[in-house]
Design a protein around this ligand. Structure first.
Ligand SMILES: Cc1cc2nc3c(=O)[nH]c(=O)nc-3n(C[C@H](O)[C@H](O)[C@H](O)COP(=O)(O)O)c2cc1C
Length: 356
């Protein structure tokens, strides 16, 4: 497994082993991403409906989202002062994935990180893109399938992988059957599984781990096992620079361990979120009527979906928590205060001597 101390992409350098995970809707935009980049990490803007504040969002979501992405990219670049790498997170389960991928690949970004489904056709949509292509996988089997497909169809490999385990926030790469049985492989065992598959194929690419990474010693533990670094989401929510509303951040700070639970998602994947009035109503009624649709997810049919995830995530990020969905990793309850990204990263690097 490739150990990287600094990672050079498009002439720019990532000098710390931390990717801030893409968080939609609107939780990781240019401000958060740029602040992480400024400290030498990879900041990631979520491509999940970033145009939700644009005036034409409900009329022409694709134009609104692409326009918003360009604004957020410019903001991140400005804040970063030329440091770090900039990624965009694009979900495979999203509608018009091919159009978004093609357009995003033309933007001033250093990486596309893509999960919530296997990004098997991403190299085809992003031909000519000179940044890194980084799929998110949750098993050795998926890593093997992706690498073999990239080699046979595109004569290339992914530039890196993110392995996301069962403690992550947002959509999870596991089945409802696994959720119901509470039977998940640990992040460590998935990591070993991926390592084995890559070794068998003779593939040496950077691998980042995600899901439940909380402390500097968590990062050091995985780097000792051979990871190139980590992707972290939940901890970056409780930062001053996170693009979500104060009420969203406060919901995480107020959450106790038992308040963070699995939630149905119209994507078909299980999600993990903080219990709110919204999730309670959903549990009671089994379904919440959709008011309007921006055609966001491929597997969702607005006529019979359980609820509109775009509406619920927009309500949450704006601060209307009782009608909203607040995604969080299992460790969300460990967050007690809001800090600056600079302070958080300093803390996260405190036990990392020798790895940087
Ligand atoms: C609020 C929130 C929103 C998220 N949205 C996305 C998303 O749009 N796309 C995606 O691939 N992952 C998403 N994730 C997952 C994160 O990028 C990251 O991989 C994960 O949260 C890592 O686990 P951690 O939160 O325990 O650090 C989201 C996570 C959270 C907490």
């Amino acid at each position: 497994m490739k150990q990287i101390h600094t990672w050079l992409v498009r002439g720019k350098t990532m000098s710390i082993p931390i990717i801030q995970g893409g968080m939609g809707i609107g939780v990781s935009l240019g401000r958060l991403a740029g602040s992480v980049m400024k400290e030498g990490g990879m900041g990631v803007i979520s491509a999940a409906q970033p145009g939700y504040n644009e005036p034409d969002f409900y009329k022409d979501p694709v134009s609104a989202n692409l326009r918003a992405l360009k604004k957020e990219i410019a903001k991140a670049r400005l804040i970063s002062e030329g440091h770090g790498l900039l990624g965009i997170n694009l979900m495979v389960a999203g509608e018009k994935y091919d159009i978004y991928a093609t357009e995003i690949a033309k933007m001033d970004i250093d990486a596309i990180i893509s999960g919530a489904g296997l990004p098997l056709s991403l190299p085809q949509y992003t031909e000519g893109f000179d940044g890194a292509i980084i799929p998110i996988v949750s098993s050795g089997k998926a890593a093997k399938l992706l690498c073999k497909r990239y080699l046979s169809s595109y004569q290339r490999l992914p530039d890196a992988l993110v392995i996301e385990g069962p403690m992550a926030g947002g959509h999870l790469g596991f089945t409802w059957d696994q959720v119901n049985r509470r039977e998940f492989p640990s992040l460590e065992s998935i990591f070993e599984d991926v390592k084995r598959e890559l070794n068998t194929l003779g593939i040496d690419i950077p691998v980042f781990v995600a899901g439940g990474i909380y402390t500097s010693s968590d990062i050091a533990t995985f780097m000792r096992l051979g990871a190139s670094g980590v992707q972290m989401g939940t901890r970056f929510i409780a930062t001053e620079e996170c693009d979500a509303s104060d009420a969203f951040k406060q919901t995480l700070i107020d959450a106790k361990e038992e308040d963070i639970d699995f939630v149905l998602s119209p994507s078909g994947y299980p999600g993990r979120a903080v219990k709110t009035q919204f999730t309670k109503t959903l549990k009671e009624l089994g379904k919440i009527k959709v008011k309007r649709c921006v055609n966001c997810l491929k597997p969702c049919n607005p006529a019979d979906t359980v609820y509109c995830i775009t509406e619920a995530l927009i309500e949450a990020v704006k601060g209307n928590i009782s009608d909203g969905l607040v995604f969080s990793g299992t460790n969300g309850y460990r967050v007690h205060s809001i800090v600056k990204v600079k302070e958080l990263i300093k803390e996260l690097l405190s036990e990392m001597e020798g790895f940087r």
